[in-house]
Design a protein around this ligand. Structure first.
Ligand code: KIV
Ligand code: ZN
Length: 388
């Protein structure tokens, strides 16, 4: 089995469908170009049958993107697959992603079909999609809540029908990592033709486990992760691209897996998505939050000044951020004050560190964060005192 994990980005499909205002075709193309620079393997550009606007933007992206496979979503019905095939046919190589629900609740209450009828629909859809392309992905919607016997049957049938990727979504973010990893292990143990397809996972974040579940799945053998930038998506969102990519990169020695992601493009791409989608990123969000590379505790600041990896498991540069940020607060020590003054161009003989530190603490206790201009003002007043 390969140790390369494909990154399938669905920011423009699962992410975009959850936004209060839709993106224009031009904005979607801007995001697609950022995803291409980032090195994602597959860009799910949209759901062509859903609206003329979506059809056009999928077509535009398929025409412009050269270094990633462009993909469109289709329910397991002919008209959806035809719309996908037509929108994507401008690309040299493209993927059709067709899906149908497999859990008891979805099959019974939503589709109102028998399990056998649903298998037939899936098989027909995959075969129809294969008439447009040899790159067909099939998803078992709500796989996380699907009985394992039926899931095995469905996966086997989809592969026999010609699916080259089979996706196992935890559509409602219900499973736990051990449970979800177990589903993938079970599929590998029980589906006879499983080696003929790439097993993919698509996890939602309703219990905050989308990334953990995706990781458990790749540890169990899945080799494609579906994700979105900043984790945007339905309800609590999807597995976050930047988090899964940086887990695989930072812990590569332990996991033995890699991706094609150029991690130095992460910060810039995250900001673009946040701005265009009007979705602010929480400050403490892993990898791309404003505080992800900020240190506030004096002990931590002293540590990173001595050796950066005391409190940083990856460098800010590795995700495209210039440098870390040492917040000057009442928890900061003399070491960081001296360091910041040096960065600002002052020599140690220019000031009395003890005196500056004393006034710094007084100010920090009342103000909270002390900025560079505050520090320079303290220095100025201290120098004036000496001149009097
Ligand atoms: O969450 C889900 O199940 C989906 C499918 C269409 C893959 O988004
Ligand atoms: Zn989804």
């Amino acid at each position: 089995m390969t140790n390369q994990v494909k990154i399938f980005d669905t920011t423009l499909r699962d992410g975009e469908q959850a936004l209060p205002a839709s993106l224009s075709a031009k904005e979607k193309l801007q995001i697609a170009l950022a995803l291409e620079r980032l090195g994602v393997d597959i860009i799910e550009a949209g759901f062509p049958v859903s609206s003329p606007g979506d059809f056009k933007s999928v077509q535009l992206i398929a025409r412009e993107i050269k270094n990633a496979t462009v993909c469109g979503l289709a329910r397991a019905v002919k008209a959806d697959i035809d719309a996908c095939g037509q929108a994507l046919s401008v690309a040299d190589h493209f993927r059709i992603h067709t899906f149908i629900a497999t859990s008891e609740i979805h099959v019974g209450a939503k589709l109102r079909k028998s399990q056998d009828e649903v298998v037939e629909m899936a098989v027909a859809a995959v075969k129809h999609a294969r008439q447009y392309t040899d790159d067909v992905e099939f998803s078992c919607e709500d796989a996380g809540r699907t009985h394992i016997d039926y899931l095995c049957k469905m996966v086997e049938a989809a592969i026999n029908a010609g699916a080259t990727t089979v996706n196992i979504p935890d559509t409602v973010g219900y499973t736990t990592p051990t449970e979800f990893g177990g589903i993938i292990t079970n599929l590998y143990n029980r589906v006879p033709n499983i080696d003929k397809a790439t097993i993919s996972v698509h996890c939602h974040n309703d219990l905050g486990l989308a990334v953990a579940n995706s990781l458990a799945a790749v540890e169990a053998g899945a080799r494609q992760v579906e994700c979105t930038l900043n984790g945007i998506g339905e309800r609590a969102g999807n597995c976050s691209l930047e988090e899964i990519a940086m887990i695989l990169q930072t812990r590569q020695a332990m996991l033995g897996l890699s991706t094609n992601i150029n991690s130095t493009e992460i910060s810039r791409s995250s900001k673009l998505v946040s701005q265009l989608c009007n979705m602010p990123v929480q400050a403490n969000k892993a990898i791309v939050g404003a505080n992800a590379f900020s240190h506030s505790s004096g002990i931590h600041q002293d540590g990173v000044l001595k050796a950066q990896n005391t409190y940083e498991i990856m460098t800010p540069e590795s995700v495209g951020i210039n440098k870390n940020n040492l917040n000057l607060t009442s928890r900061s020590g003399r070491h960081v004050i001296k360091h910041r003054l040096t960065e600002l161009g002052y020599k140690t003989e220019d000031y009395d560190l003890e005196a500056i530190y004393k006034s710094f603490l007084q100010l920090a206790d009342t103000k909270g964060t002390v900025y560079d201009y505050d520090l320079e003002a303290l220095l100025f007043f201290d120098q004036q005192k000496h001149e009097e």
